[in-house]
Design a protein around this ligand. Structure first.
Ligand code: 5GP
Length: 192
């Protein structure tokens, strides 16, 4: 997506070869016009594929996921990052390793917000190692729902996330694919 790649080139900052900062439009301040365009881009890719519900993981996935849900006319569910396990039957949880913080959290979903047989589209801000998305897949599977598609705003294609997610057999669609980066340089794989 050209508009997104231009924004990353103009305002993104590679902290090192592994972590990209996009605080000025995605992770801290939010460019809502860009988010609207992102939501429409995901909607045009995933429309007609039988999606019944959108999910994301708090907090940076919420803006692009909300715009996608709006564009597709679908409900949105935000999975929580809890620090400890909740001991009641209302929720399902799985442990996920945070890429940026290096800590672990309990990815948490209330059963009531997903129906068996739902075909779910996961929207997230970044794809790195694929840990968060694998956790979402595990939770949905435990509720007999299907992860039918994954929409990623920024994929770091040099990290193993995409390869892991492709083994799940679902459609992984990224709007910007970073081939390599370092302080001062960001190169894209191709234009999505
Ligand atoms: P994964 O679970 O694929 O390893 O990492 C995905 C999550 O880690 C994303 O939801 C995002 O919050 C965070 N993340 C991964 N890489 C980056 C990065 O380069 N920059 C920022 N700002 N967040 C990242």
């Amino acid at each position: 997506m050209r508009m997104l790649e231009d924004k990353i080139r103009a305002e993104g900052r590679a902290l090192n070869a592994d972590v990209l900062l996009v605080d000025s439009f995605l992770n801290h301040q939010i460019d809502v016009q860009l988010m609207k365009a992102i939501g429409e881009a995901f909607a045009s890719h995933f429309m007609g594929k039988g999606i019944t519900r959108i999910v994301t993981v708090e907090s940076s996935g919420i803006a692009p996921a909300a715009m996608t849900a709006l564009a597709m006319g679908l409900p949105l569910v935000v999975l929580k990052k809890q620090t400890s396990r909740i001991m009641n039957g209302d929720v399902v949880q799985t442990t996920v390793q945070s890429f940026t913080k290096g800590t672990r959290y309990e990815l948490t979903l209330k059963r009531q917000f997903v129906c068996p047989d739902d075909r779910i589209l996961l929207i997230d801000d970044f794809l790195a190692s694929g840990e968060a998305a694998m956790g979402v897949h595990a939770l949905l599977t435990s509720l007999n729902a299907q992860l039918a598609g994954i929409g990623i705003v920024i994929e770091k294609s040099f990290q193993p996330g995409r390869q892991r997610l492709e083994t799940l057999g679902c459609d992984v669609y990224s709007l910007a694919r970073v081939k390599r980066m370092d302080a001062g340089t960001i190169e894209f794989l191709d234009e999505a």
